[in-house]
Design a protein around this ligand. Sequence first.
Ligand SMILES: [Zn+2]
Length: 158
Amino acid sequence: MVCSHLHTDHCGCNEFFRKSTIVVHARELEAAKASDAAKSGYFVADWDHPMPMKTIDGQLDLFGDGKVVLVPLHGHTPGTIGALIRLDRDGKFLLASDALSIRTNLDRNIVPKNTHNPEQFLKSFEEIRRIEKDGATIICSHDESQWETLRKGMDAYD
Ligand SMILES: [Zn+2]
């Protein structure tokens, strides 16, 4: 299981995935372990479980086949990552997580108030734009209007 970062709404149910290995960026785990981490929205009960944790430190082709590539998109938090997914039929999708919570932010270059590092965050926007130009559909983490437009259920992407 890949955690884009360790905020509650992105890892709060990890405890139910008992057979998983949890993949997270090393900088993110470090941030979550900091003594004042709760101030930054990290809670031990969300992420500290008996399952093995694998940390990454850069881009990673998760299975070595190019189908799931984890991409550093830091800024929202110290170790936020996205997942570039390559589907057999429907092509490439970037799951941007909170590197891009809503599309408007990218289109208007808006940095949300809860951003850990605005400079890194804007660099991640550049990476997201590059990935989009390269043909990927960018999936935002909290964009209700985009969600309405996505195929779901039996009609889902493959
Ligand atoms: Zn977050």
